[in-house]
Design a protein around this ligand. Structure first.
Ligand code: IPM
Ligand code: MN
Length: 389
């Protein structure tokens, strides 16, 4: 039976839609595999639920998504002193369609050396210069602000992701003595600053956002952020239809709390973007709700929830899987699988409506029970439309 005929019959008997797709042989999608790095702490817990959701989507769409799981993280680091093994970067760059990362961080590695090597290594090595972090309120009572409506909290932070204070340049002189000197360089290149700003404007243009806000600290950092100022206003001039505005980062954090509705696209440097997205995450309902994509428009991209590894909750079935599930949604969207990401989003929205959530956002369920709910919803919403690939 052709899919068209099948759709026709399913339209006549919607109840069949629950069973028929599962009977269709699952076709492997013609794509390179997704590299999955569950990582440390709660990383495996939340990635597991996201992958179960993905498997439910595979059933609905009668299509298999190739995956490959990697054990990069604290255990391997402690065992073999290896973060990213030799050749891994090239392998990921060439042979995978995306990277899906859980979290990195382990109390046995207090300086996070493995996390820097793996996460920052991939951000720099794959030149993932955009850290794309949408801040979107999905249910009003999740927001700690008074009277914040859904439409009031809906902006995207474009965090520069390959430069700034994160590059690891500097050193410590006379370490451990009263005379010690620690220098951490803040690196801003014309190319690096300009490309993230340009991406923010292009994104605003593509999504119909009226304003792009740049935040820096040029009143104190007269070299690096002077470059941000010049690059921003020069690029802004190329986009006359989009309003460009500037805030110093300290004032921006205040404004985000005071009047979040005015922001649509915020572009800022690596460190400020790190900080401001934790603020944004809390306004969305906490770190458990925040998703992110590390993007290079020309290459393989890495997707990770914003939360960390929260080691004390690992394996306890309490962590919120929505950060990872919403991150999966971003990844599917990025891979051009819009119907998949829409279905996943609808399942998350139902879970929020019905309070089928973990305790951090007011529910009573464990991590896996939330996953069960999401999988159930995805399969139940399997409709004629979902066959329409
Ligand atoms: C994040 C994290 C990382 C960062 C840490 C783990 C290095 O906080 O992705 O926001 O600062 O970028
Ligand atoms: Mn962070």
């Amino acid at each position: 039976m052709t899919h068209t005929r099948l759709r026709h019959y399913l339209g006549m008997f919607p109840a069949l839609a629950f069973t028929v797709p599962a009977l269709i042989k699952r076709q492997p999608l013609n794509m390179k595999p997704i590299a999955v790095i569950p990582g440390d702490g709660i990383g495996p817990d939340v990635i597991n639920e996201a992958l179960r959701a993905l498997h439910s989507l595979e059933e609905v769409f009668a299509t298999r998504v190739p995956l490959e799981i990697f054990d990069y993280g604290a255990e391997r680091w402690l065992r073999e002193k290896v973060g990213l093994p030799p050749g891994a970067m090239e392998d990921l760059r060439k042979n995978y369609s995306a990277i899906f990362l859980g979290a990195l961080g382990d109390p046995r590695i207090p300086d996070m050396a493995h996390g820097r090597e793996i996460l920052l290594g991939l951000r720099f090595g794959l030149d993932l210069y955009i850290n794309y972090r949408p801040i979107k309120l999905l249910r009003e009572d999740l927001c700690p602000l008074k009277n914040c409506r859904l439409e009031d909290l809906d902006f995207t932070v474009m965090r520069e992701n390959t430069e700034g204070a994160y590059v690891g340049m500097g050193g410590i002189f006379k370490k451990g003595t009263p005379d010690e000197v620690a220098i951490q360089e803040d690196v801003n290149t014309r190319k690096g600053v300009e490309r993230i700003i340009r991406y923010a404007f292009e994104y605003a243009k593509r999504t119909g956002a009226r304003t792009v806000t740049m935040a820096d600290k040029s009143n104190a950092l007269g070299f690096g952020h002077d470059l941000w100022q010049r690059a921003f206003w020069e690029v802004a001039a190329e986009y006359p239809g989009i309003e460009a505005e500037h805030f110093f980062i300290d004032a921006l954090t205040m404004q985000i709390v005071k009047n979040p509705a005015r922001f649509k696209v915020i572009v800022t440097c690596n460190m400020f973007g790190d900080i401001v997205t934790d603020l944004g995450a809390q306004l969305q309902g906490g770190l458990g709700m925040a998703a992110s994509g590390n993007i290079n428009p020309e290459g393989v991209c890495l997707f990770e929830p914003v939360h960390g590894s929260a080691p004390k909750y690992a394996g306890k079935n309490v962590s919120n899987p929505f950060g990872a599930i919403l991150t999966l949604e971003l990844m599917l969207e990025h891979l051009g699988m819009a119907a998949w990401s829409r279905l996943l989003h609808a399942a998350v929205m139902s879970a929020l409506d019905e309070k089928a959530t973990t305790r951090d956002i007011g529910g009573k369920l464990g991590t896996t029970e939330v996953g069960d709910y999401i999988c159930g919803k995805i399969k139940a919403s399997c409709s004629i439309e979902s066959l329409n690939r």
